[in-house]
Design a protein around this ligand. Structure first.
Ligand SMILES: C[S@@+](CC[C@H](N)C(=O)[O-])C[C@H]1O[C@@H](n2cnc3c(N)ncnc32)[C@H](O)[C@@H]1O
Length: 512
């Protein structure tokens, strides 16, 4: 047994510990020796990944462990009996790969550990996740001698399709192309994959390094000349990953949901419409995927398809899940887990019309319709898929479906544009506190308005006592220049807005 990546020398081996630490270290080693290697499952590796990585690195590189339920749902959509090769291009602690291993083993009971290892490829830029992912996969069968997971420690932006990588690789299935051997290492050509799974790093555009490299990659791979500069890293990541996927292969991601609604998402939506059958977009309305990242995610399932007709007639499912996944697919270590999760995903995939029950609500759309809805004068604009199909009240889609072509977009008949933005809401928005005047003591009244209450000649019809959150003071001002402000949808209980319930008044003064 030869676990280089696990036992190779690191800085810790050169470190001399002061005497006083030795006792504690000895105690730790003793405790570790009681642990069973077999008990170290992917959830434990994941929590090591979540806790040991420094917060800053976690933030800069988008390192967040993905929960096993979502991983299994992605895998059940993407891996089947025929799946031979699987890639996770940002594998972290290796949860997707470990669970993919279990799925492949489930479908092919006779497959050997070493055969499965060479079919599951992972990439990660950071050495510690690579170490954890290697451990995670090796531990699945520590009796094997050739126990070398195919994990590459590189920036994904530097990995080209069909490029060669130095790995300890035995090519048991003899399906891989090996260029030359160099000692223990073979130079192996990265294959095209049947399934690409994972959850890409969430890194906001301001922090994306090497944007030019990413842009020229997606340009050479997909002919995309211009990617919206506001795009988060996951947009490039998905596009680059797609280049490693075989025709009819599946791509399954746990991915930030922002692209569904924000402007830069239009480019990604168009890319998906042009290259894939979009099988499902799944939003769990009961849970947040990442405790450590303040990000909302969805599960996105795609199938690569170069046939335009086939893509256009594909049925896209927008799915809202109402329960915790564990209540729908059981615990990750339950005996019939694979059957339960596969049954759940195939039930969703078979849904061809809008369905609602206690567990989920599926809205279906024909892919062609999705594209047409958001294309004006040949230009695709963001289709607001999140707002329309994952967050809108049920009645919205019922009305749209029923109305058919009786409804047209407002922009077809009038120019729709943003009004003027002042950028100074807290100056213009104030709270009418006139009713509080009555509660002032006589002294306070005099202090505020400069008159005794009884002598003050003022009409409260004409004037109001307005509180400004900017100055943190009240101001006496003419009512004529204020209008009630409907600032947020939350201020109305239904389609009617009761002006009396609105919090703010807005200053509108067009006199100089
Ligand atoms: C959200 S995490 C994946 C977590 C993983 N699914 C798990 O459960 O452990 C994203 C991973 O992408 C890696 N990453 C970020 N930028 C990368 C890049 N440019 N190339 C390769 N990996 C990268 C991070 O180090 C991180 O481990």
């Amino acid at each position: 047994h030869d676990y280089e990546s696990i036992f190779k020398e690191t800085v810790l081996d050169e470190f001399t510990y002061p005497e006083k630490y030795l006792l504690e270290l000895r105690r730790n080693v003793k405790q570790i020796s009681h642990l069973q290697f077999y008990d170290l499952n992917s959830d434990i590796m994941g929590s090591i990944y979540n806790t040991l990585i420094e917060n800053q690195e976690q933030h800069d590189r988008g390192q967040h462990f993905t929960n096993t339920n979502e991983v299994d749902i992605v895998n059940a959509f993407c891996i089947n009996k025929e799946t031979k090769t699987v890639l996770d291009s940002g594998c972290g602690a290796g949860t997707f790969l470990v669970r993919a291993y279990a799925f492949m083993k489930h479908f092919n009971k006779k497959a050997k550990h070493i055969e499965l290892l060479e079919r599951l490829w992972g990439i990660d830029i950071a050495p510690f996740p690579v170490f954890l992912a290697s451990m995670n996969l090796s531990l699945l069968d520590i009796k094997e001698i050739d126990n070398y997971p195919a994990i590459i420690n590189k920036d994904f932006a530097d990995i080209k399709t069909k490029s060669y990588h130095d790995l300890i690789f035995h090519n048991h299935t003899t399906e891989f192309e090996i260029n030359k051997k160099n000692g223990k290492f073979s130079s192996v050509r990265i294959p095209q994959f049947d399934a690409c799974i994972g959850n890409p790093p969430y890194i906001r555009q301001e922090l994306v390094e090497r944007k030019d490299t990413w842009s020229s990659l997606v340009n050479s791979e997909h002919g995309l000349k211009r990617i919206n500069q506001q795009s988060d890293l996951y947009v490039y990541y998905l596009m680059h990953t797609a280049a490693f996927l075989k025709e009819a292969g599946r791509l399954g991601y746990v991915i930030s949901s922002s692209w569904l609604d924000v402007a830069f998402g239009a480019g990604l939506q168009k890319f998906l419409l042009d290259n894939f059958k979009i099988i499902a977009v799944i939003d769990n309305q009961k849970m947040r995927s990442f405790e450590t990242a303040s990000i909302n995610t969805v599960i996105l399932i795609l199938e690569k398809c170069s046939d335009h007709e086939e893509r256009q007639s594909n049925i896209v499912r927008f799915i809202r899940i109402y329960k915790d996944y564990k209540d729908l697919i059981g615990q990750s270590d339950s005996e019939n887990r694979f059957d339960t999760v596969s049954k759940f995903t195939s039930q969703l995939e078979k849904t061809n019309k809008t369905v609602k029950n206690n567990d989920y609500f599926v809205t279906v759309r024909i892919q062609k319709q999705l594209e047409e809805e958001s294309t004006t004068d040949g230009k695709y604009e963001n289709g607001n898929w999140g707002a329309k199909y994952l967050r809108s009240p049920e009645i919205y889609n019922r009305i749209i479906d029923k109305a058919g072509d009786k409804l047209i977009p407002l922009r077809n008949v009038v120019d729709v544009f943003y009004g003027i933005k002042s950028g100074a809401n807290d100056f213009f928005y104030v709270i009418d506190d006139t009713k509080e005047v009555k509660k002032l003591s006589d002294d306070e009244y005099k202090l505020q308005f400069g008159f005794d209450r009884s002598k003050h000649k003022i009409s409260w019809e004409k004037f109001g006592w307005y509180y400004s959150e900017l100055t943190k003071n009240h101001h006496l001002m003419e009512r004529a220049y204020f209008q009630p402000l409907f600032k947020s949808q939350k201020e109305a209980e239904n389609l009617e807005v009761n002006k009396k319930n609105l919090r703010y008044q807005v200053l509108i003064c067009n006199e100089s």
